[in-house]
Write a protein that binds this ligand. Sequence first.
Ligand code: ZN
Length: 171
Amino acid sequence: MYSRPVLFDQSPTLADEFSLLQGRTKIAVVFDESGKRLAESLLQKAENIPAAALLVSDSTPSQAISEFVASQKMGTQICIVSQWDTAYRIFSLTVDEGASEEEIQTLIVDQKKRFIYCMKCFSTSEIPSNEAAVQCQCGAHLEVGPFFSKVRKGYIGYPFIPVQQRQTVGS
Ligand SMILES: [Zn+2]
């Protein structure tokens, strides 16, 4: 079953700085207020490449973003430069317009977010980025699995019983 890509903390589209992806000859930058400076320096770096840009805010209608993406020509690289939540939204709309991950580069201005899907209560919640295990709001202790579910929009979290007291072998 095909599941459409979503933005997550290990997305292949995430980059620390702008680079032209293979086969791309044009760029279209979609950015928010916080990504303005980064978007400007990106456009300077890419001054020999045909470029288009769109500034979005929370009040920008999704349709305007979709139309901007849809109006781009073949070979265009979509550059998302914004805070995580805005990037998540732009990414989804871009994929809805038929873009593949090979055509998108995402630069996050604030922090990447990470989510876990609890296999006990079937809810998705945000978790810190470096924890191997977390406690769900339902009380279950969850091991953060290696598998990210595009459908559940989170890493699969496997419930486990925490060991309260470790026994030392040989004592
Ligand atoms: Zn839970």
